[in-house]
Design a protein around this ligand. Structure first.
Ligand code: HEM
Length: 224
């Protein structure tokens, strides 16, 4: 078997955010990330080096990702549950940057597709969940931001090499250093979860599988 292709710099963390991270790392395949344990089922679970992305597929992925991030940013802005307000302005927000990227593709003469099923369904699932199950919602929030940032960055780099003549999209640029932003987000999660009971923590952890299922469907668009 092949070793994980890229190592993203690690920084020290701890507390509940660490448990969330372990739950997520286990659901990666060994080809995707060090610490992954899952067997690859679909092509999006193979090593990114083996992906054969297309511009059309990648644009679908970016449009659907825009939908998901835009929805998440609206949810924390509205804060139906007061604890969501903690997750405003993490510096990890992606919808403005994605909008710029879609503009760039348009300027290149690319047709921007309508949102497709995986993004539409995930966005409406998140809207719904955010109202009725804050613990589960926070799991999705964590996985989307931390997952797309850590793994996403290396995916973006590989794709840029293969189909974008190395053009670095705004999606993969942050104001500030990504490791620090991620660290601050983990600390927020630790703070928010401080008062949770074991059952509540488990509810949040248990949702990790769902979060992967929805996100995988969006990643899979890259290979269409
Ligand atoms: C971290 C790759 C999909 C959630 C990572 C890391 C890599 C990676 C290389 C960093 C590992 C490290 O620091 O040692 C990938 C690849 C994917 C993928 C290639 C292919 C599609 C996903 C999905 C989710 C996810 C679908 C969940 C929705 C996470 C989380 C982390 C992570 C939560 C930990 C971030 C942190 O350090 O706090 N991934 N990943 N990843 N990924 Fe993924």
């Amino acid at each position: 078997t092949e070793a994980a292709p890229v190592e993203v710099p690690r920084i020290k963390h701890g507390g509940f955010a660490d448990e969330m991270r372990s739950a997520a790392m286990k659901l990666h395949t060994r080809e995707q990330a060090r610490g992954g344990e899952k067997e690859a089922e679909g092509p999006e679970e193979r090593s990114v080096a083996k992906w054969e992305p297309t511009i059309e597929g990648y644009l679908k992925f970016l449009v659907d990702s825009y939908m998901v991030f835009y929805t998440l940013e609206g949810i924390v802005h509205k804060a139906a549950h007061p604890c969501y307000a903690e997750f405003r302005n993490t510096g990890l927000e992606r919808s403005d940057n994605l909008a710029k990227d879609l503009e760039w593709f348009k300027d290149q003469g690319q047709a921007i597709p309508e949102p497709s099923d995986p993004g539409v369904r995930y966005a409406s699932f998140l809207e719904d969940l955010s109202e009725k199950d804050a613990l589960a919602f926070i799991c999705h929030f964590y996985n989307i931001y931390c997952g797309h940032s850590a793994g996403g960055q290396m995916i973006g780099k590989k794709i840029a090499e293969k189909i974008l003549d190395k053009k670095q999209l705004e999606f993969y640029k942050w104001d500030g250093e990504l490791p620090q932003l991620l660290q601050a987000a983990r600390e927020k999660l630790n703070r928010v979860s401080e008062g949770w009971t074991m059952e509540e923590k488990n509810r949040c952890l248990e949702e990790t599988g769902q979060s992967f299922k929805y996100s995988r469907n969006i990643f899979r668009l890259i290979l269409m």
